[in-house]
Design a protein around this ligand. Structure first.
Ligand code: 5RP
Length: 226
């Protein structure tokens, strides 16, 4: 599996050229993209500036000598490469398995060419088997949890090592065990309107290209109408 992740990470790095501002995703697949960019910076003198989507990725990028800027020091990002937890046949996706969905969506919003790198197990017909991460402010989070419970969304607070997980932006994550999301647009609109929700892991219509790794090799899919 890590070989597939490395394969798609290296493939995605081919879209990066000198002079670009690039976005570095978060997670075990994006790790290999960042590693390849670091290698090219060090060995080939690739000249780029990067913005990152989490403190974890910032640490990796710094350790590799990748020049970094904050998202507010740039006005746009040429190419961002990130992982995803699920991608449906319409190129909608779920992200946030690594807890970085807010920063990931902010960077994606200012990105001209947005690429996901996944293995074939992430390609699904309908989203929802993966629990949908929802980033919420700490204030009133228990009430928001009860609200999701009443709606039948089967919420759980994300925890690490027995403690409530706190994101880089100092929020909690509530994961919704929806099983299937019949209408990702409608659910995204509902969550966007819900007070206390900072952001959710539905990335509808964001991605331009999905690079899929499988035992048979790498497949690059272009999203329609992008
Ligand atoms: C982090 C993310 C990740 O990109 C997503 O969870 C995929 O991670 P991995 O490549 O480790 O499966 O959204 O918030």
């Amino acid at each position: 599996m890590s070989q597939l992740k490395q394969l798609v990470g290296i493939e995605a790095a081919k879209y990066v050229t000198d002079g670009m501002t690039i976005g570095l995703g978060t997670g075990s697949t994006a790790y290999y993209f960042v590693a390849e960019i670091g290698r090219r910076v060090q060995e080939e003198g690739l000249s780029i500036t990067a913005v990152t989507t989490s403190s974890v990725t910032s640490a990796q990028a710094k350790s590799l000598g990748i020049p970094l800027k904050s998202i507010d020091e740039v006005t746009s990002v040429d190419v961002t490469v990130d992982g995803a937890d699920e991608v449906d046949s319409e190129f909608n996706g779920i992200k946030g398995g690594g807890g970085a969905l807010l920063m990931e969506k902010v960077v994606a919003t200012y990105t001209k060419h947005y690429i996901w790198i996944v293995d074939e197990s992430k390609m699904v017909e309908t989203l929802g088997a993966f629990k949908l991460p929802v980033e919420v402010v700490q204030y009133g989070a228990e009430n928001l949890f009860r609200h999701f419970e009443a709606k039948g969304y089967v919420p759980s607070f994300r925890e690490t090592n027995g403690k409530r997980f706190v994101t880089d932006m100092k929020n909690f994550i509530i994961d919704l065990d929806l099983k299937t999301i019949a209408d990702p647009q409608a659910l995204a609109e509902e969550l966007d309107r819900t007070v206390g929700v900072v952001e959710h892991g539905l990335f509808n219509g964001f991605v331009n290209k999905v690079i899929v790794g499988s035992q048979d090799g790498v497949l690059t899919l272009d999203a329609p109408n992008k």
